[in-house]
Design a protein around this ligand. Structure first.
Ligand code: MV4
Length: 466
């Protein structure tokens, strides 16, 4: 096992990685920007070094500075967390060339999965189900139109270098295809410096279900069940859970087999996630593969009774996976709410600022992954996630009830947060029933705003009466 690693990230995920390292007796080196001098990950690590100004491109994305710190402090490995450089194939390659173990997949796997049309083509060749569409990127608008006619409208034009919903165009009818394809090219070029696009049949109201896998260096791949990620807005996930209320033991078996097949087809190692779209008949199709530890990994940890950061460290240092079965069966139910510094009543606009009061929920079956504390300043330089609140129960309803109680106990003052939104979702009959799709938030947003305004008026009236 490593004796010392560099944590090339900030916020809750840096804290999360440091915690497991402490438990395993691995020394940690933190890096931080000038905006993060008082950050929790800096206090918790054994050593910490400033790598530049607040701007991410000058600090957390500054590869020479990160590698200089890793070298000067004798680190053996680098954990990239999520975001920042975690899916940058160049960073993974350069880190390895400098003699550090990159705690993640091989740079070629990151590169291939980063090009969504390449990922799609690889999956088709490996027998993994994908939505009908082009084999890979289309060469001309005419070729795209021919494919769209063959598979039937509506179709989705997706950017080859996109992902996470960026650079997509929905085409409902044939007449619109050429124009929307040109727009997709323009947007893809502007956003990613790569105009290539591919075409897929569009699935209405899908669920987003993803399978967590981890692979060692000996060809063993284990699936740690699935996560339901349909409660999202504009491709920002808000609530995740494991297992998915839509996944039967039979679908779970098939999805896990498919995810393992996908990982083996590309000789994948370390932690990864295969994203699927699931329709109401139980059919699922490969969308993308994420080649990093994900924000929502705790729900998997809670139901699979495993520490994903520990597993990453073990397989990276050359140990075989300590799990016998190919598919870990979930025990109970876990749910995660992302507590963001955003105003849900104002279309989730970010609300950075100082947290004046901070009281964290606790008790059995409640977990808080956060780097925030009282008087902490949420900076506008980075994303607005302040904490992840995770609750476990024997049943889904038990987990949701514990989450509700914990959300009510969470007292964050000085900034707006997504807590009122979560409380609204958790009592919604469509969410409680488990019968929802990726359209849930858009569908109920107006009603939520109405209720929020009514309840805040009530509160004011109650206050006025005292
Ligand atoms: C789709 C789709 C419908 N049909 N592909 C959005 C992000 C990227 N991971 C894939 N996305 C979608 N691809 C086909 N062929 C609908 C979406 C989609 C979506 C997917 C997952 C979670 C939320 C979503 C919200 C809107 C659209």
């Amino acid at each position: 096992m490593f004796s010392k690693i560099l944590v090339a990230n900030r916020g809750e995920i840096a804290v999360r990685i440091i915690r497991t390292c402490k438990r395993m007796g691995i020394a940690t080196v933190a890096v931080y920007s000038e905006a993060d001098q008082d950050a929790l990950h800096v206090k918790m690590a054994d050593e910490a070094y400033c790598i530049g100004p607040a701007r991410p491109d000058l600090s957390y994305l500054n590869i020479p500075n990160l590698l200089s710190v890793a070298h000067a402090t004798n680190c053996e490995a680098i954990h990239p967390g999520y975001g920042f450089l975690s899916e940058n194939p160049n960073f993974a390659e350069v880190a390895e060339k400098c003699g550090f173990v990159f705690i993640g997949p091989e740079h070629r796997a990151i590169e291939r999965m980063g090009q969504k049309s390449v990922a799609r083509e690889l999956m088709i060749k490996s027998g993994v189900p994908v939505m009908p569409g082009s084999q890979s990127s289309i060469e001309t608008v005419e070729e795209g139109l021919k494919i769209a006619r063959d598979i039937g409208f509506p179709v989705l034009i997706k950017a080859t270098s996109g992902g996470g919903g960026k650079g997509m165009r929905l085409v409902e009818k044939e007449e619109d295809f050429a124009l929307l394809c040109e727009m997709a090219h323009g947007e893809a070029l502007a956003s990613f410096g790569d105009k290539r696009v591919y075409v897929e049949k569009y699935m209405r109201n899908p669920r987003h279900v993803e399978v967590q896998i981890i692979a060692d260096n000996f060809g063993k791949v284990v699936a740690l069940g699935e996560r339901e990620c349909s409660i999202q807005r504009r491709h920002q996930k808000l609530i995740e859970e494991s297992p998915s209320p839509a996944v039967t033991p039979e679908i779970r078996r098939k999805m896990a087999d498919t995810a393992i097949k996908a990982a083996k087809a590309i000789n994948y190692r370390n932690a990864g996630t295969i994203e699927f779209l699931l329709d109401s008949e139980g059919n699922f199709f490969f969308m993308e593969m994420n080649t990093r530890l994900q924000v929502e990994h705790p729900v998997t940890e809670m139901v699979c009774n495993s520490d994903l950061v520990e597993l990453q460290l073990r397989v990276s240092s050359g140990e075989p996976l300590p799990i016998e079965e190919e598919l870990v069966q979930p025990c109970g139910w876990a749910v995660e709410c992302r507590i963001n510094a955003e105003d849900p009543a104002m279309s989730f606009i970010p609300c950075p600022g100082k947290i004046h009061k901070y009281l964290v929920p606790g008790g059995p079956w409640v977990r808080v992954d956060s780097a925030a504390y009282e008087n902490y300043v949420v900076s506008s330089n980075y994303d607005s996630m302040v904490a992840k609140l995770i609750a476990w129960g024997r049943t889904r309803n038990e987990a949701l009830d514990r989450m509700t109680a914990a959300l009510k106990e969470y007292d964050i003052q000085g900034i707006e947060t997504t807590i009122p939104f979560h409380l609204h979702v958790l009592k919604h009959p469509d969410f409680r029933s488990g019968n929802f799709s990726t359209s849930f938030v858009d569908k109920h947003y107006e009603q939520f705003i109405r209720e929020l305004k009514e309840s805040s008026t009530e509160e004011k009236e109650q206050l006025a009466a005292i």
